[in-house]
Design a binder for this molecule. Structure first.
Ligand SMILES: [Zn+2]
Length: 485
């Protein structure tokens, strides 16, 4: 006992109790407290249970016969409770005790859920509700940890005792009534079950961490690897001789041959490539596979944690091949996107301040009524001056300014003039046909300018570009204004 780290604090509590009321049950509290911080607690537990059990039997049998007990038996289906008695055995044992102690058992409830998480057990919840309503005021169960292995359920039980709705809890070795000491003991025993529970998950995590630090991937290895099916070599990933060469080719086809993900996907179908589970790779899985660092020997665990480990497995590819593949995939994904975004006026303007080109970007604004408005902004690319203060201009403003400038533009270039004249003539003929006029059609400069304005405002992307290309003047963008040179 002297080796115990927490003895000092516990000793002060338990000594107070011991001096105040020296009886076997208090002594038990002391020992239970102690065993929480030592490894061989179970020995002490058994010793105390047998030493006080006789006294309990004598104490309660007469005074508490009017208590209505509900027998509650629970066993979870989890493997970690394999050592617990089966539900039927629990019922059988507890019925025997009830007979011996002459306890008035009015109901038997059985449950096969884990008590790890609070509120997960419907039958237990029902039991608490019925105690709260006064249908029972006693619980008969195999051990305190049958009632609770989590803080929420434990709180509910103790609350019911505080409210005097639950008068007595009888377990195989112990008895708990509404006295401070016994409630304290109950809470300790249940907390201990919680402690075991929590430690168990820490142990699992610790085991996983130890494995990853040895470079062993604790989960199922990616396609191209397979797991040793021997317990002494748990977690060891070995090369899948059938699939690994294909995996290597997949990286090479992207990196060296410039294949797209889709082409690779089709190729895998053509050669009938399947995973260990006999499944074809989806396109999404294919990209996920190609971005898995495990293939060149490194892995992150847990994913997204930033903890990287050098795997103990044999790499299928080199890091260089992996990196090249990533950059190829990135450019493949980016290309179609830049094609989608097309802007009419980028190529015809230059920055009036630094002489760099003009680029454009689009923004979408969500309005309250649910509509989405698209705004296009033009700005300096800053290739010639990193700190150019040119600013940006909204496309609508740009079009308005260009329309104003059209009156000053030279529209002399032959193909453009001919094209516009042709369009304007057609429109005028149509107009005359409707009005019945016979005057010969003439296309004036003003008509061409008006048509140009119309194209700027309403034309298609190609019409706008074609028009702008035919301009003789150079256009400069400077401080949100366009100028002709
Ligand atoms: Zn600039």
């Amino acid at each position: 006992m002297n080796n115990c780290n927490c003895l000092y604090s516990l000793k002060s509590i338990s000594e107070k109790v011991l001096f105040a009321k020296p009886n076997p049950r208090v002594c038990y509290v002391f020992l239970v407290l102690h065993r929480l911080c030592t490894t061989n607690w179970s020995v002490i537990n058994i010793y105390m249970e047998t030493s006080i059990i006789g006294k309990i039997h004598n104490n309660i049998s007469i005074s508490e016969t009017r208590i209505k007990y509900c027998l509650y038996a629970r066993k979870s289906t989890e493997s970690d409770e394999q050592q617990a008695l089966s539900i039927d055995s629990q019922v059988k044992e507890m019925t025997a005790i009830a007979d011996r102690l002459k306890l008035n058992v009015v109901a038997i409830k059985r449950e096969s859920h884990s008590a790890k998480d609070s509120g997960q057990r419907p039958i237990f919840k029902e039991l608490l509700e019925e105690v709260s309503k006064g249908i029972y005021n006693g619980i008969l169960t195999w051990a305190p940890d049958r009632l609770s292995r989590n803080a929420g359920d434990l709180g509910s039980v103790v609350d019911l005792m505080d409210q005097k709705k639950l008068i007595h809890i009888q377990t195989y070795g112990q008895t708990f009534s509404n006295s401070p000491n016994e409630k304290f003991l109950l809470m300790i025993l249940c907390s201990q079950a919680k402690l075991e529970n929590d430690n168990k998950s820490i142990n699992v995590k610790r085991g996983l961490r130890a494995r990853v630090e040895m470079g062993l991937w604790p989960c199922r290895p990616p396609t191209g690897y397979t797991k040793f099916k021997r317990m002494d070599q748990k977690c060891e990933s070995v090369i899948d001789k059938e699939r690994a060469p294909i995996i290597k080719q997949m990286f090479e086809k992207i990196a060296y041959d410039g294949w797209s993900g889709r082409k690779l996907h089709q190729w895998l179908r053509d050669i009938n490539f399947k995973s260990e589970n006999n499944m074809y790779l989806s396109l999404g899985n294919l990209y996920r596979l190609l971005s898995n660092t495990f293939y060149y020997g490194k892995f992150e665990y847990p994913t997204g944690s930033g903890n990287w480990y050098n795997g103990a497995h044999e790499p299928i590819i080199t890091k260089e091949l992996f990196d090249l593949t990533q950059s190829k995939i990135k450019s493949q994904i980016l290309e179609p996107r830049s094609q989608q975004k097309e802007f009419a006026f980028t190529k015809i303007m230059t920055c009036g301040l630094c002489g760099s080109g003009i680029t454009a970007d689009e923004k979408f604004k969500h309005q309250k009524n649910g509509n989405v408005n698209r705004y296009v902004y033009y700005k300096c690319t800053r290739t010639r001056d990193q700190n150019c203060t040119c600013g940006f201009i909204n496309e609508d403003d740009l079009v308005e300014q260009l329309k104003d400038l059209i009156d000053d533009l030279e529209i002399q270039t032959v193909p453009m003039r001919d094209k516009i004249s042709g369009e304007v003539q057609r429109f005028k003929k149509f107009e005359q046909m409707l009005l019945g006029s016979k005057t010969p059609v003439s296309v004036k400069d003003i008509d061409i300018r008006n048509y140009a304005k119309f194209i700027l405002q309403e034309g298609s992307l190609d019409e706008k570009r074609e028009f702008m290309r035919c301009l003789k003047s150079e256009i400069l963008l400077k401080n949100k204004k366009v100028y002709l040179v």
